[in-house]
Ligand binder design. Structure first.
Ligand code: CDP
Ligand code: MG
Length: 814
């Protein structure tokens, strides 16, 4: 990963060198200073050292190096052309047909949009076309292409695939760089990376020196980072007229992008050219609920539901409407969890498909016949996927005949890769997935899609500082995209669990872009770090679809409150803010790490920060089966900590202690306490990454072991100190315990700073804590406040008043 290089020697040396000599003062008074006297710390000098940090990116290639790579690439191109075997499979892709027009458009324009169905070969082919074209003319060494992917799995998978297609191994001419993993060198000419990695690169080198082409992939997703990059790159193109930009999009909304860059081309020349890759997808028959009933009597589809929109909580809906001011049609709220009737229906459908009842024929019409293709089920979230899988496993007619796999974003890359495998003989693959399989992961052998038509979406409300995480109906564009997944290699069938008229009349056409529905702290920090615009609001106003000014203002206030930005009109980064902007974590968690080091209890704080910025190592337990209840019982050994964060830190320690004895021991711990070993391994890697960042600025010693050395861990077992540090880091995320009474007696409730009633989420250890216990503590720290059916607090820790007070003192003083 290309991070801004900061050496730990920066600060001390500059401080000692530039500071007025410590001997000056005493000398005037005639006293002789001690020769070894350390220089007095000087705040201004430390600040200056921070501000002057040299920006260092990897050194550009020399002319001779470029020459030799060009020769290498020319040779490998010629060898490749001769072989031709791989070319044939590539030339069958629709993208192969646009090779020439794409390269011509790119030669004539600075910005080109490529639009095409998922699977048409945009990602694997277009960036490689650029490299090949340059290689063929002996100028391969002169290009440097960066192609961004919104997700890690896509970046790794595509780089590997492209290298393979070129007959190379990944990490050479084609490489990748993602958060915890990188295979690339200075000589890599085509780099697939995540959007976050490109942002880091921009920080090290604002003009992206040496880079000749940027390819932003999946721009239609409108993720926070791609929209942010679009805004930055539009400005950069003026300064770098030689830099080429390619935007790749599924066939949705591509006019937004060509319009956004349209103004760049002068004269009569039309705006940015759009190259359409004609998807060679097969017809997919779409069946809706209700239709199915009419079409096939006695089909396994249940009766049509009378009410298609279930509003769980009318009051909640009213509030969401008020906060977002969007048309009613876009914010219909459905139950938080897919109804069990839906899951039964899905299981019935799968069973019927397994009997060969719904095999599509060549025209895409349904027909009884042999089975072969995989079934892809779209559900909104993790919990629904687990429920669905247990329903499928218990379904008559499925049993051993299916190979059932989950697919969601919180699985490791290796686990996710299983979906590409062929099922065992005699079994048919059923993949139960979130919207990750909608555009980012393509599974070729899918012939049947069952779409719940729901998606989990987070919308952040700047007024109440609450994320509303709810299951909402998908947009029409997303539903179309999902259906298309069934027709990749032959005609397919798609079932939608809603009525056709409802979909066409009630559902939004497109999804709301992320920039307009998430907190903006991270973006504002990045903006200040990259020194873009005088005011974050001014810069973000130039985004394709700008966020509300109110949301920007709220983020600024939050950053000023934690001391990351100067409280003046210039909103400069403070030294702390500078440090936080470099940490690949939420600013508050970054600050917690700094406190952990200063208060010398870094080890548990490293674990806690890693878990908070990733996910809990505790596998979500529904307490339904006997095993789950037993696991819950065992987890109670940590119950008296009354803290999800501290419990996770203890679990991590236990895991690692056993891990040193061998893999089997570690797995036994995982089974015993319901822990995810892959999450714990990721946590270990993240800890290392955090430690490196802390070490770069002198807050820890990365060489002194995986916890940063004894110096910063003197008090690591002082749990009340650890709670203080958490309080200082997580503030203002704290709810108060209040006494209430009614006819039946007194009880306690949690009230947030916004005076709303809230409760620990059922996944929290504190969900089951007695009232009395809460009363003794007084305060509940939390990481996230999410509104579903009510306001839930995620990852909570109970703290007493004195800890809270000392935590705030810490916050106020540093
Ligand atoms: O970007 P787009 O969705 O248009 O297509 P792509 O990702 O370039 O995929 C083109 C073809 O390559 C598809 O048929 C994929 O199945 C295949 N592919 C693959 O086999 N392995 C990968 N890691 C990526 C793509
Ligand atoms: Mg793609």
């Amino acid at each position: 990963i290309s991070m801004r290089e900061i050496t730990s020697s920066d600060v001390p040396e500059e401080v000692t060198e530039k500071e007025p000599s410590a001997s000056q003062g005493p000398e005037t008074t005639g006293e002789k200073p001690l020769e070894t006297a350390p220089s007095m710390p000087n705040l201004e000098a430390v600040r200056a050292a921070y501000a002057q940090r040299a920006v260092s990116a990897a050194p550009p290639l020399t002319k001779a190096e470029r020459q030799s790579i060009s020769e290498e690439l020319l040779k490998s191109w010629e060898a490749y052309e001769e072989r031709g075997d791989l070319l044939r499979s590539r030339s069958n892709l629709p993208a192969a047909e646009v090779r020439a027009p794409f390269l011509e458009a790119l030669a004539a324009h600075q910005v080109v949009v490529v639009a095409g169905e998922t699977g048409s070969g945009k990602t694997t082919q277009c960036p490689n076309f650029i490299l090949e074209a340059a290689s063929a003319t002996g100028r391969g060494g002169d290009v440097s292409i960066i192609c961004t992917q919104p997700r890690r799995i896509a970046a790794v998978g595509v780089a590997t695939r492209v290298a393979e297609e070129r007959g190379e191994t990944v990490g050479g001419h084609v490489g990748y760089a993602v958060r915890l993993d990188s295979r690339s060198t200075r000589y890599t000419r085509l780099l697939f990376c995540t959007t976050g990695v490109l942002l880091n690169r921009l920080n090290a080198s604002p003009d992206l020196e040496g880079v000749t082409h940027i390819v932003l992939d999946e721009v239609h997703e409108r993720s926070l980072h791609t929209d942010f990059l679009l805004t930055i790159l539009r400005e950069l193109l003026y300064r770098r007229p030689d830099l080429k930009l390619v935007l790749m999009s599924a066939t949705m909304q591509q006019s937004i992008f060509s319009d956004y860059f349209g103004g760049l081309v002068d004269g009569d020349e039309p705006r940015v050219p759009v190259i359409n890759v004609c998807g060679r997808t097969y017809p997919v028959t779409v069946r809706y609920e209700g239709q199915a009933q009419a079409a096939s009597k006695g089909s396994p589809i249940g009766p049509v539901r009378a009410e298609t929109v279930d509003v769980e909580d009318a009051e909640f809906e009213a509030e969401v409407k008020r906060q977002y001011g969007r048309g009613a049609k876009e914010i219909r709220i459905s139950p938080a969890v897919q109804s069990s009737a839906d899951l039964r229906q899905i299981a019935n459908l799968c069973a019927a498909i397994l009997t060969g009842k719904y095999e599509p024929d060549e025209d895409g019409q349904e027909e009884r016949g042999g089975a072969g293709g995989a079934i892809l089920v779209f559900l909104p979230g993790h919990a629904e996927i687990e429920n669905c899988i247990s329903q499928l496993k218990g379904q008559r007619g499925i049993g051993d005949r299916a190979w059932i796999l989950p697919l969601h974003g919180s699985m490791s890359v290796q686990q996710q890769q299983r979906v590409f495998k062929r099922p065992p003989a005699g079994q048919r693959k059923i993949i139960v997935s979130t919207n990750i399989a909608e555009t980012s992961i393509t599974i070729d052998d899918v012939t049947h899609v069952i779409d719940s038509c729901h998606v989990k979406e987070t919308r952040f409300s700047p007024q109440s500082s609450t994320s509303v995480f709810s299951t909402v109906w998908v947009s029409q564009a997303a539903a179309k995209q999902r259906a298309g997944r069934a027709g990749r290699t032959r005609p397919g069938v798609c079932w939608r669990l809603c009525r056709q008229d409802f979909m066409e009349k009630e559902l939004p056409k497109h999804t709301l872009c992320e920039m307009q529905r998430t907190p903006l702290e991270e973006l504002v920090l990045q903006l200040r770090l990259l020194e873009l615009g005088d005011h974050p609001g001014d810069f973000l106003r130039r985004a394709p679809e700008p966020p509300a000014l109110e949301a920007v203002e709220r983020a600024i206030r939050a950053l000023v409150a934690i001391g990351a930005l100067e409280n003046d009109s210039q909103l400069r980064l403070t030294p702390l803010g500078f440090h936080l902007a470099h940490m690949p974590v939420d600013a508050r968690i970054g600050k917690m790490l700094v406190y952990g080091s200063l208060c010398k209890c870094l080890a548990p704080i490293l674990t806690i920060a890693a878990c908070l910025s990733q996910r809990s190592p505790f596998i979500r337990n529904f307490n339904r089966t006997k095993e789950e209840l037993q696991v819950q019982e065992r987890r109670n050994v940590w119950g008296e900590l009354h803290s999800d964060q501290l419990a996770a830190a203890k679990a991590y320690d236990k895991y690692h202690e056993q891990r040193r004895q061998g893999r089997e021991n570690a797995w036994a711990v995982c089974d015993r306490f319901g822990l995810s070993s892959s999450t714990l391994d990721d946590v270990a890697q993240l800890r290392q990454q955090f430690l490196r960042h802390l070490a770069e600025t002198g807050f820890a010693d990365a060489e002194a072991g995986e916890d940063g050395g004894d110096q910063v861990n003197v008090h690591q077992s002082n749990l009340s100190l650890v709670r203080c540090v958490m309080c200082a880091g997580l503030f203002p995320n704290v709810a108060q315990v209040q006494r209430q009474s009614n006819a039946r007696g007194t009880y306690h409730i949690f009230v947030s700073r916004q005076r709303e009633r809230c409760a620990p989420h059922p996944s929290s250890l504190n969900f089951r804590q007695g009232n009395e216990f809460a009363a003794n503590h007084g305060w509940l720290l939390f990481h996230d406040k999410v509104k579903t059916s009510q306001v839930y607090l995620h990852d909570t820790t109970l703290i007493g008043t004195s800890v809270a007070r000392r935590g705030l003192l810490l916050l106020a003083s540093i």
